[in-house]
Design a binder for this molecule. Structure first.
Ligand SMILES: N[C@@H](CCC(=O)N[C@@H](CS)C(=O)NCC(=O)O)C(=O)O
Length: 212
């Protein structure tokens, strides 16, 4: 196993999912080292990367003796290990609910289906019906979170920012990039997230050399 040059190492830049990890670390003001692996490039076959991410997926993460993949698991670990705020069980359950909802109902079931079958058809196959139903499914999932935020709260868990906002915020970036129209409530919420200085510095850290 390679020796990390600093205590925390983030593998991966350039996607909404890698942004989640950079953003979380910047929210907590943590120093870390970036290994700028870009999806679907030869770097994803490097032996040192595959030791940390055996499935060849970004983001991946190292701290002390732990290596992790899965953006949701990484942000949870970072918050558990370095976060100052401690939530009660009911609050944490609400946060977990929106993390799981965002990662399964919005990311995996809708946005990634669109990405695979509209954005990368040469790899995953052209599937126009899957893409159009995934668009409808994304809009349905977005309506659910718009409804939650519609009571005027600032963040998913109320007035305090949590990692659930990192996951939803990056999915909103992704939705906007593929021209899904957001309900007004989500546009306002999205703008609130984008104004955070940690979001802005993390976005710069997550940029690929080509800015794509
Ligand atoms: N569920 C994983 C998804 C990871 C994932 O699919 N990452 C993409 C980039 S966003 C990737 O590594 N793609 C390269 C490939 O599938 O070969 C997470 O949230 O971390």
């Amino acid at each position: 196993m390679r020796e990390p040059k600093s205590e925390i190492v983030v593998w991966g830049i350039g996607t909404p999912r890698t942004l989640r990890v950079h953003w979380c670390l910047h929210e907590l003001g943590l120093d870390y080292q970036t290994e700028p692996i870009v999806a679907r490039t030869p770097a994803m076959e490097r032996g040192d990367f595959l030791q940390v991410s055996p499935g060849s997926k970004i983001p991946a993460f190292q701290h002390a003796n732990i290596s992790l993949t899965e953006s949701g698991a990484i942000t949870r670990y970072v918050m558990d290990t370095f976060g100052i705020k401690r939530w009660g069980a009911a609050e944490q359950a609400t946060i977990n609910r929106w993390i799981f909802f965002t990662l399964t109902e919005l990311d995996a079931t809708a946005l990634y289906v669109i990405r695979r079958h509209a954005g990368l058809p040469h790899i995953y196959g052209d599937a126009p019906i899957a893409v159009s139903t995934a668009h409808a499914y994304a809009e349905r999932a977005l309506a659910v979170v718009a409804d939650v935020l519609g009571d005027g709260r600032s963040y998913l868990a109320g007035e305090a920012f949590s990692e659930a906002d990192i996951h939803l915020g990056t999915c909103l970036d992704w939705s906007v990039a593929i021209e899904i129209e957001l309900p007004t409530t989500l546009r306002t919420y999205h703008e609130r997230l984008r104004m955070r200085s940690a979001y802005q510095t993390a976005s710069r850290a997550n940029r690929t050399p080509l800015g794509s």
